[in-house]
Design a protein around this ligand. Structure first.
Ligand SMILES: Cc1cc2nc3c(=O)[nH]c(=O)nc-3n(C[C@H](O)[C@H](O)[C@H](O)COP(=O)(O)OP(=O)(O)OC[C@H]3O[C@@H](n4cnc5c(N)ncnc54)[C@H](O)[C@@H]3O)c2cc1C
Length: 353
């Protein structure tokens, strides 16, 4: 009935050439149809100044949405190109508190999103192209509209770099991982390989020796970027075999289960097949901060620099999760800092009233 009356009003408004009012009503109808989870970022609602806009919908963004939602701030979450964040790439999450049994990453993220929606958070399935933080309210430029906000919480994460070798897509999250802390436990008494030549690769290799039967560390050069002490620790560890001048050519396996890898000697082109049940790519992370260039302070390696707590160099703009954290990179630490950013944003808004 409500929809019918709204539709008739829409037609009347269009006939009366009140295009602006008609667009607004159309948008309300679209959102009624799609619930609070709408991909519609039509310019009809862009005039509204939001209290909080959250950029990113991983564990940090969703947690910030739960907290700001419960604070009655009606947060708008711009979910981004990977709605749900990095956990959408993983099959089982076993270390997020509150789940007795393993839960699939996508299911867990769906729970978090719906928990936030229950408190009035709105999710838009679109990307932020750029922001203007030089004036208040801040402006957030989307594909086809600009949203204004009194505060922004940035939780855009840091993407793990992948090799993009043959068959990699097939085994991502099903044998191939970028996080030993997250997935190492699943490879108890099994052979695994680690790819990379920096401190992270050494750290991952050492850590994995707690579980794996053996760890083969593969690096495409003959010298490592890692610190001397980390390299020495890897050489001293009897469970680690080191192979230099090697690159991954192709991942092997069947029915979505990884069984090994073909590697190639970068010096003489000879190939070798290694058996491995798990592989950990540790070649670095790239924080998703390109859309922020020249708007706020970043660290030398592109992460958002925090001044105090979750505050960035711009008052009213907060950041949380992996986009500020090159150390822990866990769902729970991201969620924890999402809570902190939400509380900081709430308190900031209180000082403005
Ligand atoms: C394969 C894999 C398995 C993992 N397993 C585990 C595990 O078992 N346990 C664990 O604790 N951790 C795990 N992690 C790590 C965990 O996923 C991350 O630490 C966590 O997701 C970080 O949360 P976040 O919210 O900071 O960022 P992310 O989850 O990375 O989310 C970033 C969000 O920002 C959005 N975004 C980016 N750019 C833009 C833009 N321009 N505009 C709008 N939105 C944008 C993306 O769409 C995404 O929604 C795993 C990671 C990977 C890659």
């Amino acid at each position: 009935m409500v929809l019918l009356i709204s539709f008739i009003t829409l037609v009347v408004l269009l006939l009366a050439s009140n295009i602006d009012a008609a667009k607004r009503l159309h948008n309300v109808l679209a959102r009624l149809h799609g619930g609070a989870d709408s991909s519609n970022d039509s310019d009809a609602v862009a005039d509204e100044i939001r209290d909080v806009v959250i950029i990113g919908s991983g564990p940090a963004g969703c947690t910030a949405a739960i907290y700001t939602g419960r604070a009655m701030l009606r947060p708008l979450v711009i979910a981004g190109y990977m709605a749900g964040g990095q956990l959408m790439l993983t099959s089982d999450v076993e270390n997020f508190p509150g789940y007795r049994d393993p839960i699939s990453g996508p299911m867990m993220m769906d729970d978090l999103k719906h928990q936030a929606m229950r408190f009035g958070a709105e999710f838009w399935q679109t990307n932020v192209q750029s922001v203007n933080l030089s004036k208040e309210p801040f402006e957030i430029v989307l594909n086809n509209c600009t949203v204004k906000a009194r505060t922004i919480i940035i939780s855009t994460g840091a993407e793990a770099l992948w090799l993009n070798s043959e068959n990699e897509e097939e085994f991502k999250g099903k044998g191939i991982s970028t996080c030993a802390t997250c997935d190492g436990y699943m490879f108890r008494n099994k052979p695994v390989i680690v790819i990379g030549g920096g401190d992270s690769a050494m750290e991952e290799a050492n850590f994995l020796t707690r579980f794996a039967s053996e760890v083969t560390l593969i690096h495409r050069k003959d010298n490592f970027r890692a610190s001397k002490v980390m390299i020495q620790r890897a050489y001293d560890n009897k469970k680690i075999k080191i192979k230099t001048n090697q690159k991954v050519v192709k991942w092997l396996g069947s029915n979505g289960i990884l069984s090994g890898v073909i590697i190639e000697n970068t010096a003489d082109g000879s190939r070798e097949t290694l058996h491995a049940d798990g592989a950990f790519i540790a070649i670095g992370h790239k924080p998703n901060t390109e859309f922020l260039k020249n708007q706020l302070k970043l660290t030398d390696n592109g992460y958002i620099a925090l001044s105090e707590h979750t505050m960035t160099s711009i008052p009213g703009v907060f950041a949380c999760g992996d986009v500020v954290d090159s150390r822990y990179r866990q769902a729970i630490t991201a969620a924890g800092s999402g809570c902190q950013a939400a509380i900081d944003a709430e308190r900031y808004l209180e000082t403005k009233h």
